[in-house]
Design a binder for this molecule. Structure first.
Ligand SMILES: [Zn+2]
Length: 168
C-alpha cells in the first residue's frame, strides 16, 4: 500500500550527502502558488544513503525564458531556483576528496614521487618488485594522512618500476 498522495516513484535529485544525483523518495511534498510565483516544498529520502533532506523549488512568474521549439511554437519556461537543506558541499574539502575516491591533487603526487626519488637515491628504498614501491608510496601517503586507492598507487608505481626495475 502506498502512502496517500505520495508518488511511489523515486525522483532523480541531488542528494546533499552523496553529493550527486540519486534516486530519492518523496516523503512529503507541498506545492503552493500565488499570483506570479510559487514553490514546491519537499521532504526527500535518498535511496543511496538514506539521508532525509529538504528541498525547495521556487519560481517567479516575472523570471522566465522564452524561445521557439522545432515547430516554431513559442515556449515559455519559468526559471526555477532550487535550494536544499542541509546544503550541498557541507563536508570539508579534504573529507569530500577522500569520499570521492581519494585521488590526490597533482601537487601531492609530485611530492610523493619526489619522496620516492629521494628514497631510491639515498638507498632507503631498494625495491625488488613493483609491490615494494607501492608499499613505500602507501607508507608515505599514510604518514602525510592522505588517502589513495590501491589502483591509483599502482598506476603511479608502475612507470617508476618500469624505469628502474626492468634492467635485469
Ligand atoms: Zn544520499
Amino acid at each position: 500500500m502506498s502512502k496517500s498522495g505520495i508518488s511511489p516513484e523515486p525522483e532523480m535529485i541531488t542528494c546533499p550527502m552523496c553529493n550527486r544525483i540519486q534516486n530519492c523518495d518523496v516523503l512529503c511534498r507541498l506545492e503552493k502558488s500565488w499570483a506570479a510565483h510559487g514553490g514546491a516544498y519537499s521532504i526527500l529520502e535518498c535511496r543511496g544513503c538514506n539521508q532525509v533532506f529538504y528541498q525547495t523549488v521556487s519560481w517567479d512568474g516575472n523570471d522566465f525564458d522564452l524561445w521557439n521549439d522545432e515547430s516554431g511554437t513559442p515556449v515559455c519556461e519559468l526559471n526555477r531556483s532550487e535550494s536544499i537543506y542541509p546544503a550541498e558541499d557541507k563536508a570539508t574539502p579534504s573529507q569530500s576528496q577522500i569520499s570521492k575516491g581519494g585521488r590526490l591533487p597533482v601537487a601531492d603526487w609530485e611530492a610523493a614521487m619526489v619522496e620516492m626519488a629521494r628514497a631510491l637515491y639515498s638507498g632507503d628504498l631498494k625495491p625488488k618488485t613493483q609491490a615494494d614501491i607501492e608499499r613505500a608510496i602507501a607508507d608515505y601517503l599514510s604518514k602525510k594522512e592522505k588517502n589513495a586507492s590501491e589502483s591509483t598507487i599502482r598506476e603511479h608505481a608502475r612507470p617508476l618500476w618500469q624505469a628502474i626495475g626492468s634492467k635485469d
